[in-house]
Each structure stands twice: as C-alpha cells, then as structure tokens.
Design a protein around this ligand. Structure first.
Ligand code: ADP
Length: 587
C-alpha cells in the first residue's frame, strides 16, 4: 500500500521524495480525512435528530447552506400523488417560483416520474417557510428572482430505489460548483434515508390510529349492544363483558377484573346456573359452536323466571384457524318474554284440550247409543218383507259411522294436546308393568294392518325373551304413532318392517318404511313440538306435529333413546331403545 502510494507520487511529481516529506503528506491526508469524518458525523447527527418531515427539511437546508448560498431548495417525493415541498432561504418572486416548479417537472420527467404535471404540482406544492424567513425579509428586504441563474437536480435514492428528487435553485449564475457535487449527493442520500424513515413512521402512526379507531368503534358497538356479550380467554376466564351482560348475569356478580376461571366460580360459588354456563363455555373452548342453550337465571318464585338463550363460539387465531381456540365469545339474549308467551300458549292449549274432552265424550257416547238403536231396528226389518230394499236407517247408520270416525280423530288430537301439556308440566305419569314386548308389537301390527290395505307390514322379532317392565299403554302409543307415520308418509303403499332386536340391557324397536323420507335440514327439529316437515298446506298429510314430540318424552321417561335416519324419496327408519327395566333418563 505504502509502496504504491510512493510510486504514484513519484510518477506524478517526476522526482523522489524524502521520508519526512512523505510523512508530512500522510499527516495532511489523515487530518483532512478526520475533518471529513467529523463533518459527516455532524450531518448524520442532524438528520438522525430530525423526527418529522419538517425537521428533515431544516436539517437539509442547514447542511446545504454550509456549502452553498442559494435561493431555495425543493423536495419532490414520488408518493401517490406526487408531493412537492419548497423550502426558500428568503422570500421568492412569484415568477421565480413558477419557473422553478416548471423546471422541477421537466427534470423529474427525465428521471422517470411518470405523467408529472407542472400545473398540478403548482396547485399542491407546499411552501415550507423556515421561521426566520419573514424576519430575514424585514431585515434585508431581499426577494429572489425573477430570473433563475443556476439550478441543480439530484435523485433521492434509498437502496437504489428513487424515492424523490432534490432540486436547488439560485438567482445567481454558477452557484452549484461541480467540485461540491460529491458532498451534495452525500447530503441528498442522508436526506433520502431520513425522509424514508419519516414516511415509514407516518405510515405506522396512521395504521395505529386506524387500529385505535377500529378498537373504539368495536368497543362502542359492544357497549351499546342490546344482547349481553362475554369474551372469555383460553383459561375460561371472563376478560370482557358489556353492560347488558352485567345486567343479565347480575345475580352472579361476575366481574372481568376478578381473573377467576368460570369453572372455579361455578365450583366454589352458590349460583345455581353457573355450572351450566361454565359447561357451555368449556364446550366452546374445545372448538364446539354452541347455539340456543337456555339458561334460567331468575328465581323460581317469579311467574316466568329470567331466561337467557346463549350462543357460544370458539375464537380462533386468524393465523392458525385449526389450532386450539384462544378464547370464546358468548352472546346472551333475554328470552323471558318469549317464555312468557309460550307459557300462555301452553296454558291455553291445556285448558282448551280439557274443555274439549267433556263434549267429545258426550258426542261419542250418544253416537254409540244411536248406532246401537239403529242396528237393533235394522235387525227387526226382515229381508223377506215387502219393505224397501235400502231402508232410510241404512243411510242414518252410515252418517253415524262417519260422525264416530271423525270424533275418534278429534279425540286423538285432543289427547295429543293433553299429552303436550303433561310433557310441559312434567306430569306424564308412567305406570310400569311387566309384559312381552313381542306381544304388544304383534297386536299393534295386526290392528294397523287391518286398516292399511295398501301396505304390507312385516314383523321381525329377534330376541327369544321379550319381557319388559314399562308403561304398556304409552309404549303402544309410541309404536302406534311411528307406525301411523310410516303409513301416512308412504302414500304409494309398500312394505313396512317392524323389527325388535336386543342390545345388551336394552331392546331396540325399528320401524322401516319406503315412503317420502325427510331431508337433512329437518333432522335437528323433527322431535320438536308442532314441527312438521310435510305441512298440511303444501301436502295432503294430516297431523299437528306432536306425535314424535310426545314419543320422545315417553321413551326418555323410560331411560331409552329415540332417533331416525332417512333418505329423501327412499324411506325412513325410526328407532328407539327401551331398557328391560326403566332407568333414570340420561341428562
Ligand atoms: P305429524 O302429526 O305431523 O305426523 P309427528 O310429530 O308424528 O307429527 O311427525 C313430525 C313430522 O315428521 C311430520 O310432520 C313429518 O313431516 C315427519 N315424519 C314423521 N315420520 C315420518 C316418516 N315415516 N316419513 C317421513 N316423514 C316423517
């Protein structure tokens, strides 16, 4: 290194130098390097200290003024739309200003600023006047222009990417010495990095502001929601609840500040419904979406206690939607008024069905009496007598038979409605006795087959012993109902199979038909009261949608289960299990 410096110096000067001369030369170079580094350090510090766009402008102006005396410095940024900042050193003549903007536009065009427009730039240009500008003017009375003597344009680049352009203008000629170009470019580089940092910070701040605004908006929505809202973390602790939730759950005095998981509160507290709420939350924490869960949070002394319908959904991390939930969001709806209407409806149905029973019994009794009288009279008319072949009594008898069958239909409806009330008020008292299930099924099949000529009813009894302790009449009602449905919903006839099989401690009864079937969207509702897939309005099927509701209550009252599977257009299979001896219903 040293020798190469020496030979270069020798060739340039044409004469060898002494050691002391070389040393002096090296010291001079070092001194100038140190000076340069110190200067660079000063510049660096100025730009690093600049926190916003305008402080960068000041740092730039100050640094450029160290090396030149000029009229104005301009920064054009390649943002969308382009932004032009004019930083004058002293007030500018309007013609000077106008020409300056035109020159900036044409220099920028050459530097690949697409479709830049001088008029537009002039309209949006920002005059960033330093604080001392007015004072300078008052003191000197100096106004730059109108002519531009010299100008200099330097691209502002960050990592080889042009982010803008720096332009310097002066009214005098020859201001921007090419000797200083290296320094000006270096200053421009510092300014470019500082401006890029500012715009990154501005963008970050804007994002924060937006996020904060969004948070406030969400907070407002949550607070003003009529529904109660609970936000629960992965440990099952309530972290947020709105005022509606606070009001609805006031009995438990829950507080999101307590930091205690619901399951602990449920275990240690004496609020009767907390364990159920905790169970719902635990299910959602396992990833299950829970809907329409009823929670009675009022006291039983009230005519209709405060009742909530709860829905709880797992919250998943957006980046890991299949991972374990990070929390739960639960929505609480006050359904007390619906319960109140339900209760009034139930009371009405209960009263009406009881009231209908008395006149029905009378109609039935008197019709039977009349039928017997006419039958007696008809028997007295001898077929060999000369009287008419079809006596009027025959017509009367046919009419009475119709009254009888319609009365029976009405009686079945009334008895379904009364059963509904019994299920609602939990007064469906079951009377257990021991009998053979096979006998009951055979009797039922025989009687149903007698009135269903279009269908063939097959019976399959698989277990050898079919002894069971159950409510014979009620189980007969369940099978009769399912069999009636199998016939009703197989309008083309076909085969119906009643199968009795054994399943450990339980019997299983299945009724299989080849009828219209049920489509999947109805599966979850078919055992609900008054639910009908095949409505009377759109189809010819009579019924009020209570048979399966009551059937489920009867089977569950025995500790069994009832379910079905079906293929639309191909048929349905209804099954229920019945324990050999009744057992408490599964909760
Ligand atoms: P309904 O008196 O209307 O028959 P149910 O409670 O017995 O009331 O049945 C409820 C609904 O389930 C019926 O309306 C019908 O749409 C459907 N359903 C019941 N059994 C069958 C079946 N075997 N095939 C097709 N649909 C059925």
């Amino acid at each position: 290194m040293e020798s190469s410096v020496q030979s270069e110096t020798s060739i340039a000067d044409g004469a060898p130098r002494s050691t002391s001369e070389r040393k002096a030369e090296r010291l001079a170079i070092l001194a100038s390097l140190r000076q340069e580094m110190e200067y660079l350090n000063t510049i660096g510090k100025r730009f690093v200290a600049a926190f916003d766009r305008f402080q960068v402008h000041r740092a730039l102006l100050e640094t450029l003024q160290d090396i030149y005396s000029f009229s104005a410095c301009c920064i054009l940024l390649k943002s969308e739309p382009y932004q032009l900042f004019i930083i004058p050193c002293y007030p500018l003549n309007p013609t000077f200003l106008e020409t300056m903007i035109k020159r900036i536009a044409s220099a920028a065009q050459a530097l690949d600023f697409l479709q830049i427009n001088a008029q537009q730039l002039a309209r949006t240009a920002y005059l960033d006047a330093p604080d001392n500008l007015a004072r300078n003017y008052r003191e000197t009375g100096h106004l730059a222009g109108p002519e531009i003597g010299s100008s200099l344009n330097i691209p502002l680049t960050v990592e080889n990417r042009i982010i803008g352009m720096l332009s310097l203008f002066d009214e005098k000629k020859g201001t921007f010495d090419t000797d200083m170009l290296r320094w000006t470019t270096m200053i421009a580089d510092y300014a470019a990095i500082a401006l890029e940092n500012v715009s990154l910070r501005e963008r970050e701040n804007a994002l924060w502001r937006e996020a904060e605004l969004e948070r406030q908006r969400l907070e407002l929505i949550i607070t003003s929601m009529a529904e109660g809202l609970l936000i629960i973390d992965s440990t099952g602790t309530i972290v947020k609840m709105n005022s509606a939730a606070q009001r609805l759950l006031s009995q438990a005095q829950l507080d999101s500040q307590d930091n205690v998981p619901l399951r602990t509160l449920a275990r240690t507290g004496d609020v009767p419904w907390l364990p159920r709420l905790s169970k719902i939350v635990e299910a959602a924490l396992k990833g299950k979406t829970v809907t329409n869960q009823e929670l009675v949070v009022g006291t039983s002394g009230e005519s209709v206690p405060l009742t909530l319908s709860i829905g709880a959904s797992p919250l998943h991390d957006a980046s890991e939607p299949h991972a374990t939930p990070i929390g739960v969001v639960a929505v609480l709806n006050d359904v007390t008024s619906i319960k109140q209407i339900d209760r009034m409806k139930d009371e009405f149905v209960s009263v009406v069905s009881h009231e209908l029973r008395t006149p029905l019994t009378a109609i039935k009794g008197y019709t039977q009496h009349l039928v017997r009288r006419i039958e007696r009279r008809l028997r007295k008319i001898s077929p060999s007598s000369t009287q008419v072949a079809d006596p009027p009594e025959n017509y009367d008898l046919r009419s009475l038979n119709i009254i009888q069958s319609q009365t029976e239909h009405l009686e079945r409806l009334v008895s379904d409605l009364m059963d509904l009330s019994r299920v609602q008020w939990s007064t469906l008292n079951l009377h257990f006795e021991t009998f053979y299930l096979a006998d009951l099924l055979s009797d039922l099949v025989r009687s149903v087959q007698a009135s269903a000529e279009q269908h063939t009813i097959r019976i399959e009894i698989l277990p050898s012993d079919t002894s069971v302790t159950a409510d014979r009449e009620r189980i007969g009602q369940v099978v009769g109902n399912i069999l009636d449905n199998a016939i009703k919903y197989s309008p083309q006839g076909g085969q119906i199979t009643v199968r009795l099989s054994g399943q450990g401690e339980d019997y299983q009864v299945s009724v299989i038909d080849q009828g219209v079937g049920v489509s999947p969207e109805h599966y979850a509702h078919i055992f609900e009261r008054f639910y009908r897939v095949h409505n009377t309005a759109s189809h010819q099927y009579t019924g009020i949608g209570l048979g399966l509701f009551v059937a489920r209550a009867i089977i569950e009252g025995h500790g069994g289960q009832i379910w079905f599977d079906s293929t639309p257009g191909r048929g349905s299979k209804f099954h229920f299990t019945l324990p050999h001896t009744p057992r408490p219903p599964e909760s």
